[in-house]
Ligand binder design. Structure first.
Ligand SMILES: Cc1cc2nc3c(=O)[nH]c(=O)nc-3n(C[C@H](O)[C@H](O)[C@H](O)COP(=O)(O)OP(=O)(O)OC[C@H]3O[C@@H](n4cnc5c(N)ncnc54)[C@H](O)[C@@H]3O)c2cc1C
Length: 444
């Protein structure tokens, strides 16, 4: 692995040790920070630049071995993200470790059983809707691809001070490092963000918690479908990991999440199976409206019967929970600082877009930094950073707004709203060009 490690300093508290100036410092070596470091390290325009990646955790970003249990944190990667991973040479490692592509996606509403089915076959040149990959596999593969990047683990950035020509960082162990450009890739509780935003942001709690777990089926199947059912308490999703297992993401009320975590394994599995299959056989207005729409669509009869495979067991110790919140900073850039990934924006996982947006940030920021370098400009130049911000705001804000609106629309059993969304979902399912457009937008 061609990566240099910064010298480690062991010095007394209160004493600062200067470790020089870097052209670009990335604070946070999670998936998005590592992706950006890979892209910058690979760029010929950055060949003579000093790039530093600082990561607070000391956990080894190693790849799982064949036969190891699946990690409970997984991501659905879009074709655009996969193309980026190919460009930085990480995709081959991911494929040879493990990943699962999915071709179809079924989404349905528990209040009316209205449903929509997406199939990659409906779009030419789209071999799959996306791929499900464990987060540790993505991170391990990216870290293996780092070139020309000084990587320091177990190094937490604590303080950021700005001056016109550089940004100064203090980190664990009292090391001080200066940067022409500092990038905050340090996640939802970003330290770097605090240095730029002056407290202006939009945030809200969803009052939902996501329960994740690794689940196994009774028998081997052709597991090429991602399933998501909207319950009044939040969506429950099943993402393929292999032909015998899938990953669960169940967003629900915090108290229900707590009880799901505490249930005996058998009862937990029963709860998951019921949440996916309990049928609504009532004569409510939303159900009748959806049935009427379906009867207009002859080809729908087949899809009505499609339900996820029955779950047999859950991996011991794989259950975990994550509180869900929305966050959007008032700006992504300022005074030689830029934010990427969850440091800049955090969204509900129901559409599997959070990490994909982070990859989009990494791609866009790497591009403007390389352009500044090619033109012999200051890498912290506001002119280039604002271009990055404009491009990303155009993409991120509409995605955030639509996911937030969908979550509000689906997280209620109010019959008027259930009617609107049931009819809307079923109607969209009947309009093939609209579905193709949705698939293309989600893939980009
Ligand atoms: C249940 C769930 C399911 C999800 N599913 C999907 C999905 O299917 N598809 C998708 O696209 N997205 C998904 N997401 C969202 C996705 O997980 C996040 O958007 C993504 O992990 C954010 O990556 P990041 O690198 O920006 O931040 P993080 O993963 O939080 O990484 C930040 C890194 O910075 C380090 N750090 C923090 N503070 C400091 C500091 N002061 N100094 C140095 N280092 C620091 C941390 O140790 C960490 O390594 C999901 C989220 C949840 C909760």
């Amino acid at each position: 692995m061609a990566r240099r490690l910064l010298r480690r300093f062991s010095i007394g508290a209160g004493v600062h040790r200067n470790v020089g100036i870097a052209d670009v410092v990335i604070s946070g070596g999670g998936i998005v920070g590592s992706a950006l470091a890979c892209a910058l390290g690979k760029s010929s325009a950055m060949r003579d630049k000093r790039l530093v990646l600082l990561e607070a955790s000391s956990e080894n970003a190693s790849l799982p071995q064949p036969g190891d249990r699946y990690g409970n944190r997984v991501s659905a990667l879009t074709p655009a993200t996969i193309q980026f991973l190919k460009d930085v040479d990480a995709w081959e490692t991911i494929c040879s470790t493990r990943m699962k592509s999915f071709r179809t996606m079924h989404v349905w509403d528990s209040c009316s059983e209205a449903r929509i089915e997406f199939d990659s076959k409906s779009v030419s040149d789209l071999p799959y809707m996306g791929c499900i990959v464990e987060n540790r596999v993505i991170l391990g593969a990216l870290r293996r691809c780092l070139r020309n990047v000084e990587t320091v683990e177990n190094c937490q950035v604590n303080l950021v001070e700005k001056s016109p020509r550089e940004v100064q960082l203090s980190s664990t162990g009292n090391e001080q490092l200066k940067a022409r450009l500092l990038i905050g890739a340090d996640g939802a509780n970003s330290t770097v963000r605090k240095a730029i935003e002056g407290g202006k942001h939009y945030s809200k709690s969803y009052h939902q918690t996501a329960v994740v777990a690794t689940l196994h089926f009774a028998e081997e199947i052709e597991n090429e479908t991602a399933w998501q059912r909207f319950l009044p308490t939040g969506p429950i999703a099943l993402l393929p990991l292999s032909d015998t297992s899938s990953s669960l993401v169940w967003s629900t009320s915090p108290s229900h999440a707590q009880s799901l975590l505490q249930l005996p394994e058998d009862s937990f599995v029963d709860s998951v199976n019921s949440a996916f299959s309990d049928n609504v056989r009532n004569q409510s207005l939303p159900s009748r409206a959806v049935q009427a729409l379906r009867s207009l669509n002859q080809s729908d009869h087949e899809s009505v019967c499609k339900y996820p495979p029955s779950i047999l067991r859950v991996d011991e110790g794989s259950r975990a929970s994550f509180p869900l919140a929305l966050y959007h900073g008032s700006t992504y850039v300022n005074d030689r600082i830029a934010l990427v990934g969850d440091a800049a924006h955090r969204i509900h996982p129901m559409a599997g877009q959070g990490l994909n947006l982070g990859f989009g940030d990494a791609i866009a920021l790497a591009k403007v930094i390389a352009e500044a370098a090619e033109n012999g400009e200051d890498l912290g130049s506001e002119f280039y950073l604002r271009r990055y911000e404009r491009e990303r705001l155009r993409r991120v804000v509409p995605v955030m707004a639509s996911i937030d609106a969908l979550n509000t629309l689906f997280s209620t059993s109010n019959s008027a709203l259930a009617l609107v969304r049931g009819v809307g979902l079923q109607f969209t399912d009947m309009i093939a060009p609209l579905k193709t457009l949705i698939i293309k937008t989600a893939a980009s």
